[in-house]
Design a protein around this ligand. Structure first.
Ligand SMILES: [Zn+2]
Length: 264
């Protein structure tokens, strides 16, 4: 179970949350779309601003329901409020409200703060009815994921994609023979154990482009090839692109260690 919030509702809520230096609260309309609850509208309740906890009055809910009695889609089934600069959690008053609102039917609840954080909950009636216990209570899920809908301008995304394709080159593994993968297990064996077959340059008539060559050289480093081996195998690429194997290895190691996030 996840609560979805449309972009229009988010904008309005964040605006009100940013605007007030005290807790504001309101309700919202939920529509079920393909079985999923979506908050499609929200509004403020009449309230007196105070720094403390927001108390939801039955009369203000009734009033809101009356104002929205001609609703074509959805129902008022969402309670939201802000915690201003405080963290988002359920205070005892909040928990009481969540319970009350879930007495007559399901209800969703979300608390926001100015840090753009939020937390959502769900409540609904539950009945225990057996030979021993007959009881009506409220079922509560204190934390459910909140999904914020975004509609991004498609033209913008096209431009972002074009920029990505231009600047970010995928490291393609091309089908050339990799002599550094002796025995197919890399070149990690040492001494007598190592495969003594000499390198052969079967792919020498194809010179790799700059990015592909760097990727292949890094792969050779990864497989344990020495500088001399790399210089031998990538002779043509080194000449074509002006590579310096020692410099490439230094760069490769820096990047590799950087990926370890302080492991070194
Ligand atoms: Zn609260």
């Amino acid at each position: 179970m996840k609560l979805h919030i449309t972009e229009q509702v988010q904008e309005k809520i964040w605006h009100w949350v940013d605007k007030a230096d005290f807790e504001v609260s309101g309700l919202g309309i939920i529509e079920i779309m393909d079985g999923v609850p979506v908050v499609t509208e929200c509004f403020l309740l009449e309230q007196e601003g105070s720094a403390g906890e927001t108390e939801l009055k039955a009369e203000s809910i009734n009033k809101a329901e009356f104002e929205h009695r001609n609703l074509k889609k959805g129902e008022i089934r969402w309670w939201w409020h802000s915690h201003v600069n405080m963290s988002v959690y359920w205070s005892p008053v909040d928990k009481e409200t969540i319970k009350q609102l879930g007495t007559n039917g399901w209800f969703f609840h979300t608390v926001f703060n100015k840090e753009r954080k939020c937390k959502s909950a769900f409540s609904c009636p539950q009945t225990i009815d057996n030979e021993f216990v007959k009881e009506k209570s409220v079922y509560i899920v204190e934390e459910i994921p909140t999904i914020f809908w975004t509609t991004i301008d498609k033209e913008k995304v096209k431009a972002w994609d074009a920029s990505f394709d231009e600047k970010v080159k995928k490291r393609e593994r091309i089908g050339i023979e990799k002599p550094w993968e002796r025995n197919g297990k890399g070149n990690k064996k040492k001494g007598k154990e190592a495969d003594q077959r000499p390198f052969t340059k079967t792919a020498s008539n194809h010179i790799l482009g700059r990015q592909e060559a760097i990727a292949e050289i890094e792969d050779a480093f990864e497989q344990g090839s020495t500088d001399a081996e790399c210089e031998f195998f990538f002779e043509a690429e080194i000449r074509r692109h002006g590579f310096n194997i020692q410099a490439l290895r230094a760069l490769y190691q820096r990047e590799k260690y950087a990926e370890g996030y302080g492991a070194y």
